[in-house]
Design a protein around this ligand. Structure first.
Ligand SMILES: [Zn+2]
Length: 269
């Protein structure tokens, strides 16, 4: 699933292409991809793209008519700008057509969604209002206090979007390796010092991952349809059985709350 660095990369890309573009019409081959109501194409004609924003793993496309299009890519969603669309790729469920160029939402597994909401009511949308502070915005004291109050594995706490928004399996695993903390450790049992180290590791990993334009391990591509490169820098994620880059021990895999965790049993305590 695309996480903070992938979603941010898509937003940075799409901002370059979309801001100021005028909507001509919508083509929605799969109306069920839209939550609540399917927007009327005629009402959007002439409306422009004002800005793009991110809330956790959600992409927000703000329009000049005081509406925001919210996109969640979930497992296999892709949001791609195409300058000269000559064909519609398989599994394309929603197309926003501009005076020039098109925005395609493509999703093989169809867990993703598109929602049109009133821009000044964003904070009342349940799946947004419940999100914790963003992993790039949260302060050190807030990070420490939020995690120290949780009696569950640190890995699960890091991935809980209501505690901190933006991290998923890849960046939780990589941050914990960098901080030397075992994923199964109970969050409340960790010292302030270790959580501070985790905070710094998380910020550093996210920063480098955004620079590398995200991780492409299965379906993720950026706003132009090009894969990211951070998967080449993964130290534990997806490396079960391979030697640890620090100590050489085999990377282990453990299932926590239904998700695979990858870690080094020597370097992470
Ligand atoms: Zn190691």
């Amino acid at each position: 699933m695309p996480e903070l660095p992938e979603v941010q990369t898509i937003i940075d890309d799409l901002s370059k292409y979309l801001i100021g573009k005028s909507i001509d019409k919508l083509n929605i081959p799969t109306p069920s991809i839209c939550r609540k109501h399917v927007p009327k194409s005629s009402r959007l004609k002439g409306v422009k793209i004002q800005s793009l924003d991110r809330r956790g793993k959600h992409i927000l496309v703000n329009l000049t008519n005081n509406q925001t299009m919210i996109v969640h890519l979930k497992m296999t969603g892709k949001l791609i700008y195409i300058d000269n669309a000559t064909e519609i790729a398989k599994h394309t469920h929603f197309i926003m057509i501009f005076d020039s160029g098109e925005l395609h939402f493509n999703d093989i597994r169809r867990f993703g969604f598109i929602d049109f909401v009133n821009s000044d009511k964003l904070d009342k949308i349940p799946y947004l209002s419940g999100l914790g502070p963003d992993a790039l915005d949260i302060s050190t004291p807030e990070f420490i206090s939020k995690l120290r109050s949780r009696n569950k594995p640190i890995k699960s706490a890091l991935m809980d979007q209501n505690i901190i928004a933006g991290l998923g399996n890849i960046y939780a695993d990589e941050s914990l390796f960098s901080a030397g903390i075992r994923p199964s450790r109970i969050a409340s049992s960790l010292s302030r010092k270790r959580l501070e180290k985790l905070y710094q590791s998380m910020r550093e990993i996210l920063r480098i991952a955004i620079q590398a334009r995200g991780s492409s391990v299965s379906d993720y591509v950026d706003g132009s349809g090009i894969p990211g490169t951070f998967q080449n820098q993964h130290k534990v994620y997806g490396r079960t059985g391979l030697p640890c880059v620090k100590c050489g021990a085999a990377i282990k895999r453990q299932v926590l709350a239904g998700r695979s965790s990858h870690y080094c049993s020597r370097c992470q305590r």
